[in-house]
Design a protein around this ligand. Structure first.
Ligand SMILES: Nc1ncnc2c1ncn2[C@@H]1O[C@H](COP(=O)(O)OP(=O)(O)OP(=O)(O)O)[C@@H](O)[C@H]1O
Ligand SMILES: [Mg+2]
Length: 259
């Protein structure tokens, strides 16, 4: 595997009953890049994310993350290696404050270990550090003014920003975002794009996105992977997918070819 690839997925497959949800997908993500997966409903995009992040087990194929095969690891083991994913339809705990929701994304909480339980000083130090970091992340994504409010008051778009901040608490090297812009108003999409770009530069983060909105995909992606019926039917620079007949047939439908 090239050292330049943070993620390398080879011929991965899974079926649910008679449905070949992912049917031999091969794709990769370069370190520090934004790669987007597009494709019609039911193409297998979310299932591919589930396979990569360990949420479901594959029938066959390999997933290498930083050169290490991870297809047999559990989600928490994969998260621990620096790959964090978000879910389609961001969930927040409405009865916790915004900053507390972000803090839930932290790993290595000493309060969860016995030693931490018996060491309240370590626990409270951890908690204040964790709160500080959560606040700084909320500032980075631009919703720090809501820090002490119940998360329930946030709009759909603001919840996505909260979800992003929570993912960053674990200090990932790679983020998998499933439809981060869905239902977000255009102003917040701009904000999210800005945030993703600055994160990429500041932390050398790599991104794998599922996204339906082609404008946004073209805007943000270094590479685009097109799926249909469980297979990768095209893979390349954003502009190249417009010229691919397979993609036009399977996904773009009646959309006219760019001249
Ligand atoms: N847990 C499951 N059990 C049975 N079938 C499933 C399951 N998860 C996904 N599928 C099926 O696998 C196929 C791929 O679904 P998937 O959710 O991965 O598509 P998607 O590309 O994410 O679609 P969307 O754009 O609507 O989010 C679909 O036919 C779906 O019905
Ligand atoms: Mg999906």
């Amino acid at each position: 595997m090239s050292n330049n690839l943070i993620l390398d997925v080879r011929d991965i497959k899974v079926h649910f009953g008679g449905v070949k949800a992912v049917d031999g997908a091969t794709m990769s993500v370069e370190r520090g890049s934004v790669t987007s997966v597009i494709g019609p409903n039911g193409a297998g995009k979310t299932t591919l994310f589930n396979l990569i992040s360990g949420a479901i087990a594959s029938d066959s194929g390999t997933v290498a993350f930083n050169g290490e095969e991870i297809q047999n690891l559990h989600p928490h083991q994969i998260a621990h290696r620096g790959m964090i994913r978000t879910f389609q339809g961001a969930k927040v705990i409405k009865r916790l404050s915004v900053v507390e929701n972000v803090m839930l994304g932290g790993q290595k909480n000493p309060g969860e270990r016995l030693s931490g339980f018996f060491n309240p000083r370590a626990r409270s130090r951890y908690e204040s550090e964790s709160r500080e970091r959560a606040m700084s992340l909320l500032k980075q994504v631009g919703i720090d003014r809501f820090a002490e409010d119940y998360a329930g008051i946030l709009s759909g778009g603001q919840r996505k920003l909260l979800d992003l901040a929570r993912s960053l608490m674990a200090q990932p090297t790679m983020l998998l975002l499933d439809e981060p812009f869905a239902g977000v108003n255009p102003t917040l999409v701009e904000k999210l794009l800005e945030v993703l770009n600055s994160l990429r530069q500041a932390h050398q983060l790599s991104f794998l996105l599922v996204e339906h909105d082609l404008e946004t995909v073209m805007n943000i992606s270094d590479r685009v992977v097109v799926m249909a019926e469980g297979k990768v039917i095209a893979d390349g620079l954003p502009n190249s997918i417009y010229d691919n007949e397979l993609v036009i047939d399977a996904y773009l439908g009646t959309r006219k070819k760019k001249s």
